[in-house]
Design a binder for this molecule. Structure first.
Ligand code: PGA
Length: 256
């Protein structure tokens, strides 16, 4: 059966009050129905304690947008995986294109963080995706292959179920211009093939999310694609109504 993970990446948005209100609305809005899809919200670090209490009563899981690979020590300004585990974070996003672009995240640092996350029994959402220039130059598959090979290097297949891939074409993030359904399915099926090279048949059960301007209006056409297992949502996850609409669409698709 198809698996789905609908995740909200709040990025650097919400103060503690706004984060609590948004989390409450999402928890309440998903309270009375059996959820077939998994639901995740990833607030800024500083709002994780407040949101952690709120999600503890519902069907919504908690995640972080980044972490450092060491468990503790003299790393000024960093946040460790055990700190996130204390607040019951289940997922950590790594390699987001904004972190690659502005904060020097590379396939190598993604690989180090990934191993630390899965060894701590948490789940990682590894973001990959090509720039507009790379797509126009016909390099999309080469870029994705390199990001997967290097980002997931030397990871044992026993960890496959703890790894989510988020395909996020950079040109579709925050632009309102989502990739079209052919582009999405083509990339996702390519990604699954690459995962099969690494993990064999376990790749068939792995979650591959699409991210980039997902909203209630285009969610169905994207989520129903065979190799799409959910979405990583930025802008539309900051409004409870639109995030809940996307969750509903995913849930109905799974109950068919
Ligand atoms: P967006 O962001 O939905 O605002 O395009 C997606 C993401 O960056 O994860």
């Amino acid at each position: 059966m198809k698996k789905m993970l609908i995740a909200g990446n709040w990025k650097m948005n919400t103060n503690a009050y706004e984060a609590s209100e948004l989390a409450k609305a999402i928890v309440t809005g998903t309270m009375n129905e059996k959820m077939n899809t998994k639901i995740l919200i990833c607030p800024p670090f500083i709002n994780i304690p407040a949101v952690s209490e709120i999600v503890s009563t519902g069907q919504v899981m908690l995640g972080a947008q980044n972490c450092f690979s060491q468990p503790s020590g003299a790393y000024t300004g960093e946040i460790s995986i055990p700190m996130l585990q204390y607040y019951k974070c289940d997922y950590i996003i790594i390699g987001h294109s904004e972190r690659r672009q502005y904060f020097h995240e590379t396939n190598e640092t993604v690989n180090i963080k990934l191993k630390a996350i899965i060894n701590s029994n948490l789940n990682a959402i590894v973001c990959i995706g090509e720039s507009l220039e790379e797509r126009q130059n016909g390099q999309t598959f080469a870029v994705l292959e390199k990001q997967i090979k290097e980002g997931l290097m030397n990871v044992d297949s026993s960890f496959a179920s703890q790894i989510v891939i988020a395909y996020e074409p950079i040109w579709a993030i925050g632009t309102g211009m989502s990739a079209n359904t052919e582009q999405v399915q083509e990339a996702h099926s390519f990604i699954r093939e690459q995962l099969k090279v690494l993990f064999g048949d376990k790749a068939n059960d792995m979650i591959i999310q699409y991210g980039g301007s997902v909203k209630p209006e285009n969610a169905l056409s994207i989520l129903e694609l065979p190799d799409v297992n959910g979405a990583l949502i930025g802008g539309a996850s900051l409004k409870a109504d639109s995030f809940l609409s996307i969750i509903k669409i995913a849930n109905e698709l799974l109950s068919d």
